[in-house]
Structures are given as structure tokens and as C-alpha cells.
Design a protein around this ligand. Structure first.
Ligand code: TNX
Length: 528
């Protein structure tokens, strides 16, 4: 390692010798953008231009930041890999990307090398020189799926804040934003053919149960949703940063907001679904979808619009925490079990998932769901988000299905960071920054063949008790930095990880987060 304090740590970083002069960016710096590098050049110009005030005109030469797509780097490090050097004589900085994504990650590394002030939006030291270390970095990610789930249902995240989070993800070389768009407590995406999903389903009133249900639930009326253009903007903004947005439409559980909007979606023979409102507390909700053909058609309609907006290969259909009580009680659901020959209520749940697995496959997409979709038999092409520990992920991977590891014990960022009384979100397991750093996405004992099915890993942020951006910032940071290093870097086994070294590099990283205006949890705790 070097003194460059990069996070996530690169594969290799070799600091150079004592050649005279020191590489730096200054008034003479130009951008030399080779074919296919224009998008990253634009990003660099806008971000570094704002922070430094430098003109960064187009042009080649010894003072240039030279951007290239390089087949040799692609061969060595893959499309997300890059090589960055401040030691090549023909330019001040050279970044060779294996592909456009690799080039972009290299540009993120350059920003870190310039120091924390490179993360500001206006120059704080006008006329300053922007020194760079003499270094050659070669880098590539360990996993292709380096994700963050944001629950925008329990509390709506304003579009501007989603865009900001995408910038923060990109700064940490994360590349999948899993947007949890629907749940019992709110439907957050406009669906043209079903206007009540947002007209009714995006709004909840003051809790009728009040704080009796949970002292932690924010009782304020709440709502919001993304229009189709908002979604297009989020997806395009993400794509410019090489982040894929994976949409989640949760079914057949976690569906009360949809049922409140269209009561016939629910089990109307056992519950007065017309009286249901968007759920005003949290937990596992009994009001699940009715297992009818009409409900399937309805969700096909929803997903058709979702596919128009999200180019992501993977589409998440939830499948988690679907209580089967209503199906047990409902004569209509029991008749369906017999008619479909699916055996029992678990079979009904897989009937839903299997249907959408085929439906998505017919449209060139792939289904991903929470590990409960294993119950009653895994659909043929399904991938699994393993959240109740590793178990579901292991079973799915050993059966040849792709998995994303996101065990709640390790990487649920809604969970507290300390056992003390002052954590603003005092729920769940205690998971410190160092704990997250010691998370290993590939559990020991997984066969080599199964390990190849671990697409990667994801940290999940559920927002039941996070009413605003500062709360989310506090829960996500700094732990996302540790998570990013686990997802990107070639770290040794957890017992051999250099946690001390990571925490030392974090000292610099906190300055970057300060410059970015992130309301992270201070290392000394909430009440230092
Ligand atoms: C479980 S993770 C859930 C979410 C909650 C979360 C709270 C998952 C698939 N389901 O609905 O928000 O726990 O930590």
C-alpha cells in the first residue's frame, strides 16, 4: 500500500521514486479524451472544474489528464478494471480503462488522490496547486454486483437525494442501486394505467394505532412518489455513473398500499379490503395479494411499465415475509391451490414467483427475489437475495442459481452502530464500522462451483425509522465505506484483514465525506 489512503483499496498501488518535480493539476491542465471516454471526461470536467476552478480545456500534452479505453487493460483487468499512473512521461495523469466503467472508476480514484478538497463544489483555496502522489495503480473489482438497497417506501426519498446518493455510491465504486419502490407503507412509482397506486397508495395518514404500535414509528402523515420522468432521470443519472438501478415491486406480501388503492387485489373473502388504508405502522403485514389470474394480469401491467423505464436485466419481485394466514382462511385461495395443483400455501407463493420468472425471461430479463422464494421450490431462472443469513444463498448457489449476499446480521445498515442509548436509530444487531469491514460475502464451505454463482453483495437500508436524509446518512456512513471495500477489494479472509490500516485510511476518508456534506456517524459516537 501507499500513503494515498484510497477507499476502496486498489489491487496494487506502487508509489514512484524521487524523480524531480511533482505531478499536479494546474492552470495548464487539459483533458485528453480518447474515443469512448467522452462521458468520463465530462464528469471529470464538471466535478474537478467545480472543486478546483481550473479551466480543464480539451487538449493533449505533458500537462494532460489522458483518458483511454485500453484493450490491454481489458485483457488484464476486465471492463471494470483500470490502470492509473502519474508516472507516464507523455501526460500528467494517464487513466486506461478496460471499458468505459473501468475508466470511470479510475477517474474516481484520481479524485481521491487529489485530496479531500477535490470533493467540494467550489474552490476553497483559489489558485492552489493540486499535487498528486507519484503512483501507478492497477485495479479491478472483486464482485460485479456491489449494491446498496434503498427503501423509499417506508419513507420517501426525494429525487434530489437519490441522485446525491448515486454520486456517493459512485465515489465508493458501488454499481447497483436496488430501489425498494413498493411496500405496505407506500407505493412510490407512477404507473400510468393504475393511477390509484400513487393517487391513493403513495400517501399515508397519521397512525390510528399511534405510538402504541411502535414507539419508534414516526406518526406524521407522509407521502410522495416518482413520476415516470423522475425515474427516467434517476436511471439516466445512474447510467452516467455506471450504476444499474434494479427496481423492486414487492409481491405477494408487503402489498397493503396496492390493496388500499385497488381492494380487489386482496383476499376480499376473508378481509374487508375496501376498508384498508396504506399501512401506518411497520412489521410483517397479513394483507397479501389474492392468488387470482386478474392479480397476475394487474402486476404484468405494472411490470410492463417498469420494464419500459428500467433497462436493468434483473427485476426484483420481493417475495419476502408473505404470511400465509389469509390464504389458509380464504375459500377462494384454497380452491386455487386445488385447481393449480400446487399443494399448499407455499406452493401458491412459488406459483406467483414462477409466473413472473417466465414472464420476465420471455422479455429478456431475469427475476431476483428474497430468499423466501426458495420455499415451495425455486423458479427456474430465479436469482436470490440472501437476507436471512447466508443459508438461502448457499442453498440457491449450490443448486446453480445466482445469488447476492446481503445477510441481515452483517450488512443491514438500518441496524444500530453501537449498543448505547444515543443511537438515533436504536434497532437491530449492533454492527460497527469494523464489523462491516470483517464481513465476507462468500461463506466458507461453499463449493467452488457454487461460489461462482455469488454475483456479489449488497448493503440494505430499510427506512422505517429514518424520516429524513440526515438519518439515512448517519446509518449508511461511514459503514458504506467498509462495505465498498469488502465488495470491491481483494481482501484476505476476515481474520487476516488489516482493520487498523483501514481505520487509518478512514481518517482521510472522513475529510472527503466532510467535503461532500455527508452527515455520517462520527467515529467517537453520537454524543462525543
Ligand atoms: C425485513 S429484508 C424486511 C424488511 C424490513 C427489514 C427491517 C426483507 C426482505 N424484509 O421489510 O424493512 O427487515 O430490517
Amino acid at each position: 500500500m501507499t500513503d494515498t489512503d484510497l477507499i476502496p483499496a486498489p489491487l496494487t498501488a506502487r508509489t514512484g521514486g524521487d524523480a524531480p518535480g511533482r505531478p499536479s493539476l494546474d492552470e495548464r491542465t487539459t483533458l485528453d479524451a480518447g474515443p469512448g471516454t467522452e462521458a468520463t471526461a465530462r464528469w471529470l470536467r464538471s466535478v474537478l472544474g467545480a472543486a478546483t476552478g481550473l479551466p480543464l480545456a480539451d487538449g493533449a500534452g505533458p500537462h494532460a489528464v489522458r483518458l483511454r479505453i485500453s484493450p490491454e487493460t481489458a485483457r488484464e483487468h476486465g471492463p471494470e478494471g483500470y490502470r492509473l499512473s502519474t508516472e507516464d512521461p507523455e501526460a500528467a495523469v494517464t487513466i486506461d480503462g478496460g471499458g468505459p466503467a473501468g475508466l470511470f472508476w479510475g477517474a474516481q480514484t484520481l479524485r481521491q488522490l487529489l485530496g479531500p478538497d477535490a470533493f467540494r463544489r467550489a474552490p476553497v483555496r483559489p489558485g492552489a496547486e493540486w499535487d498528486l502522489p507519484r503512483v501507478t495503480v492497477a485495479d479491478r473489482p472483486r464482485f460485479g454486483w456491489r449494491g446498496l438497497l434503498l427503501d423509499v417506501s417506508r419513507h420517501f426519498t426525494a429525487k434530489e437525494d437519490v441522485l446525491r446518493l448515486l454520486d456517493l455510491m459512485a465515489a465508493h465504486k458501488l454499481n447497483v442501486l436496488h430501489l425498494h419502490l413498493t411496500d405496505d407503507q407506500g407505493w412510490r412509482i407512477e404507473i400510468e394505467r393504475y393511477p390509484r397506486l400513487t393517487g391513493v397508495g403513495a400517501w399515508r395518514s397519521r397512525s390510528k394505532q399511534g405510538h402504541r404500535a411502535s414507539p419508534l414509528w414516526d406518526d406524521t402523515p407522509h407521502g410522495g412518489f416518482y413520476t415516470r420522468d423522475d425515474i427516467r432521470e434517476i436511471v439516466a443519472y445512474a447510467a452516467e455513473r455506471h450504476v444499474t438501478v434494479v427496481p423492486e415491486i414487492d409481491l405477494p406480501g408487503h402489498s397493503q398500499a396496492a390493496i388500499a388503492a385497488y381492494p380487489w387485489l386482496g383476499n376480499a373473502d376473508v378481509v374487508d379490503t375496501a376498508a384498508l388504508t396504506v399501512w401506518d405502522t411497520w412489521g410483517v403485514n397479513p394483507n397479501v395479494l389474492a392468488p387470482t389470474e386478474e392479480v397476475l394480469r394487474f402486476y404484468e401491467g405494472v411490470l410492463e411499465e417498469v420494464l419500459e423505464l428500467f433497462p436493468s436485466t434483473f427485476v426484483h419481485v420481493g417475495g419476502d415475509e408473505c404470511p400465509k394466514d389469509q390464504w389458509k382462511e380464504s375459500p377462494a385461495a384454497q380452491a386455487r391451490i386445488a385447481e393449480l395443483g400446487v399443494g399448499d400455501e407455499d406452493g401458491l407463493q412459488s406459483w406467483f414467483i414462477r409466473h413472473f420468472d417466465r414472464w420476465l425471461a420471455d422479455r429478456g430479463r431475469r427475476l431476483i427475489g428474497w430468499d423466501e422464494i426458495l420455499e415451495g421450490g425455486l423458479a427456474e431462472g430465479a436469482a436470490v437475495s440472501s437476507w436471512r443469513g447466508y443459508r438461502g444463498g448457499i442453498a440457491a448457489a449450490e443448486a446453480g442459481h445466482d445469488v447476492v449476499m446481503c445477510p441481515e446480521q452483517q450488512v443491514y445498515l438500518d441496524h444500530r452502530q453501537d449498543g448505547g442509548p444515543d443511537e438515533p436509530v436504536p434497532i437491530g444487531f449492533v454492527r460497527t464500522l469494523s464489523d462491516v469491514y470483517r464481513f465476507e460475502p462468500v461463506p466458507p464451505g461453499l463449493s467452488e462451483a457454487a461460489a461462482r454463482h455469488v454475483l456479489g453483495t449488497q448493503a440494505n437500508v430499510w427506512t422505517e425509522v429514518m424520516e429524513n436524509r440526515d438519518r439515512v446518512d448517519y446509518q449508511v456512513f461511514p459503514r458504506l465505506a467498509a462495505f465498498a471495500e469488502v465488495a470491491w477489494s481483494a481482501l484476505p479472509a476476515p481474520g487476516d484483514r488489516d482493520t487498523e490500516g483501514f481505520l487509518r485510511r478512514m481518517e482521510t476518508h472522513y475529510r472527503r465525506l466532510d467535503a461532500l456534506g455527508v452527515a455520517y456517524r462520527p467515529p467517537a459516537g453520537p454524543t462525543p
